[in-house]
Structure formats: C-alpha cells, structure tokens
Design a protein around this ligand. Structure first.
Ligand code: ATP
Length: 363
C-alpha cells in the first residue's frame, strides 16, 4: 500500500460541476508530486480533498495507513500553503513561523531553534521581530512557506505557493522548497499551472485536464514521451510541432506522408500504417540553409524563416512550410537566416506519433 492513495476519487460540486471525475493516484513516502494542468482542470479541488477542505463525493483517500476520506483537516496531519496565505497580523514573523510548533506542544527552546533554522535557510533572520504589515508581499509569502515547512507533518500540500513572487524570487523559493523537502522527506503534493516549475520540482508530474489524469510520470518522460497530444502541447515551451498525415508501409520500412504534400518523411521504426499526427520538439528539428541541403527538393521538407528569435543560450527559427509553421531550435551562433529558404531535418529518435482520432500516443 502506498503512503498517500487516492482511489476513484470524485468531486461533484452542489451546482453540478464535475470537478474531479474518478482519479487514482498512488504516492510513495517522501515523493514530491506536482499536479499540473490548465485553469479549471481540477487540481486545486484534488489538493483540497487531500487536505480535507473539501469532502470527496466518491472514492477514498488514505494517508499514512489511515482512511482520511471523511476526517477534518486538523485530524489529517497535513501542512498547507496557498497562494494567498494570511499571516497573523498581531504576531511577529518569528511567532508566526513558530505558531504550528507551539500549537502541537513543541517546547520553547526546541521551537526557537527550529524557527531560527528555517529563517536562516530563507534569509528571514533579520525580519524575525517584525510584524507582517512591515513586510513586502514576497517576504510575507516566504514567511508563510517557513511556517508551513517548519513542522514535519505526514504531508505538505501546496497550492501555487510561489504564484505571487517575481521570477528571481520564484527560482530561489523553488530551490528552498525542494531542498527542504529532500532533507525532511515529507511527502509533498504541489499544484501549479507553470510547467517549468513542475519540471524543476517534481519526482512525478501528474498532468490533469477536465477532472481526469492524462499522464503520471517523471518530468523527463512527460516531456519526451507525452501520452497525449494535449500533454505534448501543454508541456514544454514552445509546445511540440505537429504535422497531420498518415504512415504508409514501404519496402524499406514505414514512411510518414504529410497530408496534401508530395514528400515523405522518415517514420519511427515499427510505426503502423494509418492516419497519424507527427509530433517533434523544436530542439529535434534542424534547419539548414536549403542551398547546402543535398536532398532532392521533392523529397525534402523546406520552408522560409519568418521569425528569428535569439534567446541567449539558443536560437529559435519559425519556419513557414507547405505543411504549416514549424519551430526549430538550435545553437545561438547558428547562421541567422531570416527570410531565407531552409531545409528541415527531424531527429527520428525523438519523433512521436499520435492517433488523430483520440489524441493518444501510438505505440
Ligand atoms: P485554477 O488553477 O484556476 O484554480 P484548477 O485546475 O485548480 O484551476 P479547480 O479550482 O479545482 O481547478 O476547479 C475545477 C472546476 O470546478 C472548475 O470548473 C471550477 O469552476 C469548479 N469549481 C471549483 N470550486 C467550485 C465550487 N466551490 N463550486 C462550484 N464549482 C467549483
């Protein structure tokens, strides 16, 4: 049995909204799980059901060997942080952070040492005597994180806890959250709609849409082996390039024939004949000046560079082709080719095929 388990968990709100439609999730002790998905997909509702702030209307939740489905939040031994977390205005920063320890009866000396410890990690030491109103919004959020993470409950539950911070602070806080979680091994469920944050933090990313789980896998797998077109589009910036067409058998193996074009692209070995959507990430598309490409024009995929984005460490070329717009990402020092004709080459090891009928990845 896993440390935190959701079995066929459902939530239908009184107004009839089916926010969560029967999800199964098994989380091992000490894992860091990120629930990722667009607004309204049901991730916050899922987290709130684990916390006990909403009751499931179907299914069961088990935490640390107990059925907690119907327990009150205070009976579940969880710590939460939300995007907007009100601090106690009449208490100092130090007292705010120490509050959960005091409430659970930790002796004063021990408590003060624990507060100092977490405050040091977060750079909050100089602020310990201040009141919340004397802090910036970002500092208040750091205090809320410190307050939640000073104690080691059975699980930490976090709902967009870094949402209000600017990007530098966000990175810093990501590092803090992950370092403290790794050191304390508290099982953590973290909600975000920011896929980069999900990649940075998670042992496993659970991608949700319409109250269902589309994929539950380590970040690398979600990125490189997306289970559906939705995941392929949602994860990664930019999302995958897609081309509609069909796979046909040829004497020397399968080929992908884009719809409405004469050319045939190489298809992954073992691809079965039939309609398919080809997906490939920008870093696995190579753009070469067409003049340098040896292939016969009819057999190669060509287009014109319409956008040249220099991104510091890399360069993205947006190429208009007869099969639609394709983004190719390469070295920043690659020859710039705005307005030029280029030939595109795909790295076959990273070409993915999806079923256009249901969006699922084809084996
Ligand atoms: P966001 O990132 O915007 O918070 P989310 O993925 O966390 O989105 P939820 O907040 O879980 O999604 O909402 C899932 C669905 O349930 C949405 O359609 C939302 O409008 C609806 N919903 C959420 N809370 C309630 C409520 N208290 N009563 C009725 N419907 C609700």
């Amino acid at each position: 049995m896993s440390f935190l388990e959701l079995a066929k968990v459902e939530k239908t709100y009184p107004n009839g909204t089916r926010a969560v439609q029967g999800i199964d999730l098994a989380i091992e002790e000490g894992q860091f799980i990120v629930l990722l998905g667009p607004s309204g997909c049901g991730k916050t509702t899922t987290l709130r059901m684990i916390a006990g702030l909403e009751l499931a209307t179907g299914g069961a939740i088990r935490l640390a060997g107990r059925d907690v489905t119907l327990l009150k939040p205070s009976e579940r031994d969880v710590g939460f942080v939300f995007q907007f977390y009100a601090l106690y205005p009449h208490l100092s920063v130090g007292e705010n952070i120490g509050f959960p320890l005091e409430a659970s009866g930790v002796p004063r000396d021990e408590r003060e040492a624990m507060v100092r410890d977490v405050a040091r990690e977060l750079g909050l030491e100089p602020l310990l005597a201040r009141r919340p109103r004397e802090l910036s919004g970002g500092d208040q959020q750091r205090v809320a994180l410190a307050r939640a993470m000073v104690r080691k409950p059975a699980a930490w539950l976090m709902d967009e806890p870094l949402g209000t911070l600017d990007s530098d602070r966000r990175l810093e806080m990501c590092e803090f959250v992950r370092a403290r979680q790794l050191a304390s091994k508290v099982t953590t469920v973290y909600v975000t709609h920011d896929q980069e944050e999900a990649m940075r933090l998670a042992d496993r990313i659970v991608v949700m849409s319409d109250g269902r789980i589309l994929q539950d896998a380590p970040p690398l797998e979600v990125y490189d082996e997306p289970a559906t077109l939705f995941v392929a589009r949602f994860v990664g910036s930019p999302g995958m390039n897609f081309v509609e067409g069909e796979v046909r058998e040829h004497a020397n193996g399968p080929r992908f024939h884009p719809r409405g074009a004469e050319l045939a692209l190489a298809a992954p070995r073992g691809a079965r004949s039939g309609p398919a959507t080809l997906g490939v990430r920008a870093e696995f598309v190579r753009a070469e000046p067409a003049s340098a490409a040896p292939a016969a024009p009819a057999a190669s995929w060509r287009g014109k560079v319409v956008v040249d984005e220099y991104l510091g460490s890399s360069r993205s070329l947006h190429v208009d082709t007869p099969l639609g717009r394709v983004v190719a990402r390469g070295h920043a020092d690659a020859a710039s080719a705005l307005g030029e004709e280029v030939a595109l080459e795909l790295d076959l090891a990273h070409v993915r095929l999806f079923d256009p009928a249901n969006g699922r990845r084809l084996a």
